[in-house]
Write a protein that binds this ligand. Structure first.
Ligand SMILES: [Zn+2]
Length: 174
């Protein structure tokens, strides 16, 4: 049954609009877009022997906002990705973002609370764990400290918080 809402009662019947509140989200298999991640050690160390099963069942949702990059749903643990980011960002950045988000997928599976207003973004233990893991992989694939520090410059994070995140990941701004 479709639930419909109207504003009639709020406007004495002068405004005739309806809102169908039952929108469905389109989810795609992660493996349709991201291949070979089950062979990556940084991913295998996240999920262990469950790696294949987790990635096989993982779903992605795309959104078209230019703002924002990737995230994980705290409702069912699927990944959300900006189509703009997917199309335009440097390959290494996308790769590291996936490595980062997969840590959140595991945290969700463990029942951890992904969003916690108690902490600022860069201080959240959830984020620090994911960033540390991505930074370790960034070093392994040969990115310089300078590049990595640049990678940690998230647009909604101010310079002071960026410095804290860099230090939490064991790096230092010269
Ligand atoms: Zn994160």
């Amino acid at each position: 049954m479709t639930e419909r809402s109207t504003l009639d009662d709020l406007t004495s019947g002068t405004l005739h609009v309806e809102i169908n509140r039952n929108a469905t989200v389109t989810l795609y298999p992660f493996s349709d877009f991201f291949k070979g991640f089950d062979q990556v050690e940084a991913v295998r160390s996240t999920f262990g022997e469950k790696t294949e099963v987790v990635l096989k069942n993982l779903k992605v949702e795309f959104f078209s906002f230019r703002f924002g990059y990737m995230g994980v749903s705290d409702v069912d643990g699927h990944i959300l990705i900006s189509t703009h980011h997917l199309k335009s960002s440097d390959f290494k950045i996308l790769y590291l973002d996936v490595v980062h988000e997969l840590v959140h997928v595991r945290q969700f599976m463990e029942g951890k609370q992904l969003f916690n207003s108690e902490f600022e973004y860069v201080d959240s233990p959830i984020e620090v764990e994911a960033y540390r893991h991505a930074v370790k992989e960034a070093k392994r694939i040969g990115m310089s400290e300078k590049e990595i520090i640049e990678y940690l410059k998230v647009e909604w994070v101010d310079p002071e918080s960026h410095k804290r995140l860099v230090e939490a990941c064991g790096l230092k701004i010269e």
